[in-house]
Design a protein around this ligand. Structure first.
Ligand code: ATP
Ligand code: MG
Length: 604
């Protein structure tokens, strides 16, 4: 008797459904997609019990014909494509013809619809069992109700989270869809209460800002809108100004042809665009929309269409990077709170609002010491001789408090050479570590505070550039790349060589990593995954290597640093050309003894 048997259709459709429908969030994704494809301009998602008990999507789209209702739940049945070639001209969110079939295989699905205002009809399918059509339903559009998800697949159901967490995932899905469709009014209802309401908007920027400000206290001034038309694609981007950032890439969202996708290299193009504007380990909030020629796009990779192949990825990457790079203020701004002594805040960054117009490219430099010193010399030295100084001090103090509530910022320009000269001599006196962030020492007549992370980052970066400590790998690391990366590496592998990273081509799309810099040893896997995805200019590759090797490898803020390490680090810091991290941020604070004395009111 043969061992191989064709699976029962019930079982095979459940297996197939498992790829598309993982949790209520996937149901929400598929039903919202269908409503968008039906040209609805009102879409509501309503949940009970986190969408596990009941999930309903209502739309005012064109509806489904009575005779099409049974076909809508058949496997691989769709109105969106018909020819093999159509796969390369997709203009709709759906095209695989399997979503409703999958939902019907794992729940009780009820679809009620009126096709273009005709009499409505309702179809019900309970875990693959199809019931006869019944009259009735909405006057316009479609209502799709999904009940008791996975009630017959206990194992799947046991993997679901608590209803409140599932509801949150569904909400995020609705918000993610709404980002790309400002012309549609979206509503999210949880257990009968409206939890998010996004009215129609006339611009993408307005819609993105509506969503970004739902959970975070951003203001529109914190973001800018950029756009660019290229031959085969267009770019639209809503992105944070440099004062706003976070410590991971999770808020860089990428949409290709209105669909949110996991596309690492485009996330990277945004990060590269910012380059040195943001400090190490800081990433922007960005929503990037690429509208690409459908012929160059393949979404038919993942059943949930989360992945995409772009034939012109390298070009898009380059254009996104250049658009951001040329549009954002380049220099690291130094911000000084007016009326406040700001010696200890050479770079105050987060949660401030800047606009493009606030910056002139060359006027802003990395540090402010000379200017501050000058102002302080004038103002502080006068105070002790002023009989009214106590009154003045009180006034100044109350002004400072007001300024805290409504801070006013000014940017100053200072020449680097006024502040720093490299010095090979090791005549400093190490005092200790402060706040697990600053290495504190005196040198000559000055007190120095050195940001341990940024300083180490700079030193590692220099070593990477100088190719110190290149290690040959005992077992070369072999890896496969996509066509575009293969083409890129064939032309540009030399870029990596400059950093001690040797690559050899082993065959079609097959490469081998044969040597790496010592500082990348801990991150060999990450380095390979970077190389596998990276396409871009030399600057972009350098920026990527920097964040991978120098930033990750450096001592972190919060790490304890022993005296020997601290002294060794400071020695290297004092011999640097300039104490600026690879992102352009200064990491040394110097206060002269004179200034310190003046601060406590001494004249000598
Ligand atoms: N809300 C809706 N309004 C109008 N027609 C709909 C709606 N939902 C589904 N349909 C119709 O039912 C068909 C099947 O839907 P289903 O989601 O299963 O497949 P699809 O959208 O074509 O492809 P995919 O599986 O990629 O989503 C659609 O092609 C469409 O014609
Ligand atoms: Mg669909």
């Amino acid at each position: 008797m043969s061992e191989i048997k064709k699976l029962d259709p019930m079982l095979s459709s459940r297996i197939a459904a498992g790829e598309v429908i993982e949790r209520p969030q996937s149901v929400a994704r598929e039903l919202i997609d269908n409503a968008i494809d039906a040209h609805a301009d009102e879409i509501a998602l309503s949940l009970t019990g986190g969408g596990i008990d009941e999930l309903v999507v209502t739309d005012n789209g064109k509806g489904i014909m009575k005779e099409d209702l049974p076909a809508a739940v058949l496997q691989y049945a769709t109105s969106k494509i018909s020819e093999p070639d159509d796969l390369y001209h997709i203009h709709t969110m759906g095209f695989r013809g399997e979503a409703l079939h999958s939902v019907a295989a794992v729940s009780r699905l009820t679809i009620s619809s009126s096709y273009k205002g005709e009499s409505p009809w309702t179809l019900c399918v309970d875990n693959n069992e199809v019931f006869p059509l019944t009259p009735g339903g909405p006057d316009r559009g479609t209502i799709v109700k999904v009940e008791n998800l996975f009630s017959q697949i206990k194992a799947r159901r046991s993997f679901l989270k608590r209803p409140s967490s599932e509801a949150n995932l569904c909400r995020n899905m609705l918000l993610s869809k709404a980002m790309a469709f400002p012309e549609i009014h979206f509503t999210f209802i949880q257990d009968g209460a409206i939890r998010a309401d996004l009215p129609k908007r006339s611009t993408l920027f307005d819609r993105v800002m509506d969503i970004l400000t739902l959970d975070e206290s951003f203001s529109r001034k914190d973001f800018i809108y950029l756009e660019k038309e290229c031959a085969d694609f267009s770019i639209r981007l809503v992105t944070s100004l440099p004062g706003i950032h976070r410590s991971d890439r999770s808020r860089i969202k990428v949409y290709v042809n209105s669909r949110a996708v996991d596309e690492y290299s485009l996330v990277q193009s945004v990060v590269y665009g910012y380059g040195e504007i943001l400090p190490g380990g800081a990433f922007p909030y960005s929503v990037l929309f690429i509208d690409d020629n459908p012929e160059l796009v393949d979404f038919n990779i993942h059943p949930a269409k989360k992945e995409v192949r772009l034939r012109n990825k390298a070009e898009i990457h380059h254009e996104v990077h250049t658009l951001i790079h040329s549009s954002l203020p380049r220099q690291i701004p130094t911000i000084v709170k007016k009326d406040e002594q700001a010696w200890l805040e050479p770079v105050a960054r987060s949660a401030t609002s800047w606009t493009d117009a606030d910056f002139t490219r060359d006027s802003i430099r990395h540090d402010t010491f000379t200017d501050h010193r000058k102002r302080t010399d004038e103002s502080v030295s006068e105070k002790p001789s002023d009989p009214q100084w106590l009154e003045k001090a009180k006034e100044l103090f109350s002004k400072k408090r007001e300024a805290k509530e409504e801070p006013v910022y000014e940017k100053t320009a200072v020449r680097q050479e006024d502040f720093w000269k490299p010095d090979e001599k090791t005549d400093f006196n190490y005092l200790g570590q402060a706040f697990r962030l600053f290495l504190v020492c005196t040198k000559g007549d000055d007190l120095y505070l050195v940001d341990q992370h940024a300083a180490h980052e700079r030193i590692l970066f220099n070593e990477l550039r100088e190719q110190k400590d290149v290690q040959k790998l005992l077992i070369p690391h072999e890896f496969e790349v996509d066509g575009d990366v293969d083409a890129f590496l064939c032309e540009n592998a030399y870029i990596y060589t400059q950093y001690g990273i040797s690559l050899a081509q082993k065959g079609d799309r097959l490469w081998e990593l044969t040597s790496i810099p010592h500082s990348a040893k801990e991150n060999e896997d990450k380095l390979v995954s970077f190389i596998k995805n990276a396409v871009g200019s030399e600057d972009e590759i350098e920026a990527g290597l920097y964040s991978l090797v120098a930033c990750r490898g450096a001592i972190k803020a919060g790490d304890f640093v022993d005296d020997i390490t601290a002294k060794a680090l400071l020695e290297k810091v004092f011999s640097l050309e300039d104490p600026v991290c690879p992102h352009g941020r200064t990491f040394v604070i110097r206060i002269s003894q004179k200034e310190l004395r003046q601060m406590v009111g001494r004249t000598v």
